[in-house]
Design a protein around this ligand. Structure first.
Ligand code: MTE
Ligand code: LUZ
Ligand code: MOS
Length: 749
């Protein structure tokens, strides 16, 4: 089935926040931030700005009727700075004006006197100074301390990954207007409508039922709007509540880049021990997560780093510890993979280091350590339906690793200025929010008397194709044409208490809730059909809109049956609720069964490095992916391609730079490079691993949103292998992104 949104997207008819027709009297909001990452505010002077024509009001924390607090997990983040700023980009005031232009002009007139304080941007320095947001956590299996003595080889090293800007095409924004009885309605570009609702209620000091949040779709979220859409929605809600006017904010790109958090940079140490057969006996890692100035989602992100610290390998003795380090960067946040990629990069670095030192290929170590069925993860979950080896073997069979390596070697034997490198990247990603209580969802289904169907879920469409999958689910349960099903906007008054659309679990959770809702209606209409046909409900089926009795066609069809149901006063609406079964986790022991299932895959990556310039091209990424029983090929392939390219961008060219004062230097598209059509792999081949899928996946079609990002990690190691071919004694650094500058340094310095 085609994506229900594609025609709207390519013709420009799809409605994003900034396309919503504005009401008469709409005011425009613009946040003001202080030019410092850490300072006492001595004096804020908004008088000149406030006097400007078109400026209605300038709000600060003093205008907040409820709490000046937007922290999601830990209440440590004010909406507006009070006495201190903690990061460069922290909102201090909000300008409300009759036009965006007036607000922009007024912002230039605000002055602030600051007393500068010391700035920390490095997570290791933060840890040394005791700046931790939560106490460190450790996952442990076996006894690594004991195991080192049984290792034939032990290697240690350090691995760093930088942050990543989400660069959703649609920037953050929201539009609020007052409704009756002191209530407020907000359109928000958010992955978490309920998070927005809850935050607004807290800041305004009103009950949640006074706040209605509506989301049509996002022009991308990638985790950047899981928690961090709330601030902007709360600002316009506050202004709208106080001024009794519609208020809009659609962020400018540079404001968005400066003020919002990104993927967490990590600086990590590893120690890996292998036996003489290259089996990994023990693995230790210490992760320093650069959380930024407030908790945001960092504790949850940190947890997923620990969950994925051993990627798709079984290691009998593991001890991994993570530190959530408070620095003066904007609070870093969810980003596709949610800490998993950062953890996986470290073990891949450890394997690469071991391979280099032992003079074997990393591939050999990887292959020998793939998780067998029934093995235990460091967090106690027993791996079932493990597709690590099947994905690897099918990839090897389909793409012939040896042959590819021979081609690389042959090229390198004659190429002087250019060298090729190959790397294999297996992945394993757990599906479920690691915080078990978040794994539930609801859906609301209406069958209208003409046979058309309206569906609301708690899930947010952000380009990942959720709405298309939801249409497919409803159409499949009822066995009706998908054109009869309409996906409504996501609205907190129709579907309440939603978890954010995140963790790749949106289609599973909301789809299962939708199935439950549709099935309940189906039961009732079958019962009605059985009365009309003088049969039994069990004998009735609907097949492509035809109502069948004992498998035989009847005079009834979907439309006629629904019409009859309505006149017989059958209830044609239902709310479905789904909570993932089986999952649990005990934080006091750091053991449990947190994931409904895991997604696997194996990619082979080929690159060519220009050894004069340090530039490179990705020749090919060929992969076998564990889609389960894929329910929408086009959507899922799109997710693989997009995720892969986003991952290789993080690993190669996307370079976030803050100066030592905590100021973002890579603050625009001219200074921050994301992959474009020239930098995507010249060839991408995607093969599906044939399986029956998983019963906890929607229609057995496994979650696909985040896992493919981690194939991009392979590009780092492929580049490294090309460098080795040029200069066998090159010092191997594990410090992503591998920008051409860094490649050049590895080649010659
Ligand atoms: N794809 C597009 N086009 N846009 C996005 O913002 N977000 C990713 C992924 N794919 C994203 C995307 C992230 S971070 C997640 S968690 C999942 O989609 C969320 O959707 P799902 O749960 O339906 O997979
Ligand atoms: N968000 C969250 C996530 O709150 N918990 C998670 O486990 C998660 N995983 C991936 C992405 N977002
Ligand atoms: Mo995705 S990082 O779970 O929004």
């Amino acid at each position: 089935m085609k994506n229900v949104d594609s025609a709207g997207h390519v013709t420009g008819r799809s409605i994003y926040l900034d396309d919503i027709p504005v009401m008469q009297g709409t005011l425009y909001a613009l946040p003001y931030d202080a030019p410092s990452a850490h300072a006492h505010i001595k004096k804020l002077d908004v008088s000149e700005a406030a006097a400007m024509p078109g400026v209605i009001r300038i709000l600060t924390y003093k205008d907040i009727p409820g709490e000046n607090q937007i922290g999601g997990i830990i209440p440590d983040e004010p909406l507006f700075a009070e006495k201190e700023v903690h990061f460069w980009g922290m909102p201090v005031a909000l300008i409300i004006a009759t036009s965006e232009d007036a607000a922009i002009q007024a912002r230039k007139l605000i002055t602030i006197e600051l007393e500068e304080l010391p700035v920390i941007t490095d997570p290791r320095e933060a840890r040394a100074k005791g700046e931790l947001i939560i106490p460190p956590r450790t996952f442990k299996l076996g006894d690594p301390k004991q195991a080192w003595s049984n290792c034939a080889h032990v290697f240690e090293g350090r691995a760093d990954t930088n942050g990543q800007e989400h660069l959703y095409i649609e920037t953050q924004g929201a539009y609020a207007y007052p409704t009756e009885h002191g209530s407020i309605r907000i359109s928000s570009s958010t992955q978490g409508p309920t998070a927005v609702q809850k935050t607004i209620a807290k800041v305004l000091g009103v009950a949640m039922h006074k706040v209605e949040v509506d989301v049509t779709r996002l022009g991308g979220g990638f985790g950047g709007k899981e928690d961090q859409a709330s601030a902007w929605a709360t600002m316009v809600a506050l202004a709208s509540y106080l001024l009794k006017k519609p208020v809009k904010l659609a962020m400018h790109r540079m404001d968005d880049m400066r003020m919002t958090g990104k993927r967490h940079p990590y600086s990590s140490d590893f120690k890996i021990g292998l036996d003489k057969d290259l089996k990994i006996v023990a693995y230790e890692a210490t992760f320093h997560q650069n959380a930024g100035a407030a908790a945001d989602l960092s504790p949850a992100v940190m947890e997923r780093t620990l969950f994925h610290a051993t990627n798709s390998y079984f290691v009998p003795n593991v001890e991994v510890t993570a530190y959530c380090c408070r620095t003066h960067l904007p609070p870093n946040t969810a980003f596709r993979g949610f800490g998993g990629p950062q953890g996986m990069f470290v073990i891949e670095s450890a394997i690469a280091e071991a391979a280099r030192a032992l003079g074997v290929s990393a591939r050999e170590i990887q292959r020998r350590n793939l998780m067998p069925e029934g093995s235990e993860f460091s967090y106690g979950q027993i791996a079932e339906h493990v597709n690590a080896t099947p994905a690897w073997e099918l990839a090897d069979k389909t793409f012939d690793f040896d042959k590819q390596q021979k081609e690389v070697d042959a090229f390198n034997a004659i190429g002087e200025t250019h060298k090729k490198g190959m790397a294999i990247m297996p992945i394993c990603f757990g599906i479920s929010f690691t915080n078990t209580p978040m794994n539930h969802a609801r859906a609301l289904v209406h069958v209208y008397q003409d046979g058309s169907v309206g569906v609301s879920t708690g899930g947010v469409e952000m380009g990942q194709g959720l709405n298309t999958k939801m249409v497919q689910v409803a159409a499949a349960v009822f066995s009706i044409d998908p054109s009869r099903v309409k996906l409504e906007s996501t609205n907190t008054t129709r579907v309440a208490n939603t978890s954010p659309s995140a963790a790749s679990a949106t289609a599973d959770l909301n789809g299962k809730a939708l199935e439950i809702g549709c099935n309940a209606i189906l039961e009732r209409i079958k019962e009605k059909a059985s009365r009309i046909l003088k049969s039994k409900p069990e004998a009735i089926t609907i097949e492509n809109e035809a109502v069948m009795n004992n498998g035989q066609a009847t005079d009834l069809d979907w439309k006629k049956l629904i019409h009859a149901c309505h006149w017989d006063r059958v209830h044609l609406s239902e709310s479905g609720h789904y909570a993932t079964p089986e999952i649990h986790f005990d934080k006091s022991k750091e053991k449990g069964h947190p994931f409904a299932y895991h997604v696997y895959g194996t990619a082979v990556v080929m690159v060519t490095v220009d050894c004069i310039r340090g530039t490179y091209v990705v020749d090919a990424v060929k992969l076998v992916h564990d889609f389960g029983k894929r329910m929408n090929d086009a959507v899922d392939i799109g997710q693989i391609e997009g995720g892969l390219v986003q991952g290789l961008g993080w690993m190669t060219m996307e370079e976030i730079v803050y100066n030592d004062k905590g100021k973002l230097l890579s603050n625009a598209l001219s200074t921050y490079k994301v992959p474009d059509i020239h930098s995507v792999p010249k060839e991408i081949t995607i093969e599906a691993l044939p399986t029956d899928g998983h019963p906890l996946a929607i229609r057995r079609s496994k979650a696909v949103g985040e896992p493919p990002l981690m194939y991009g990690i392979g590009v780092y190691f492929a580049i490294q292998n090309a460098i080795k071919a040029f200069r066998p004694d090159a010092r191997m650094v594990f410090d992503a992104p591998y920008t051409p500058e860094k490649v050049l340094m590895s080649l010659y310095a």
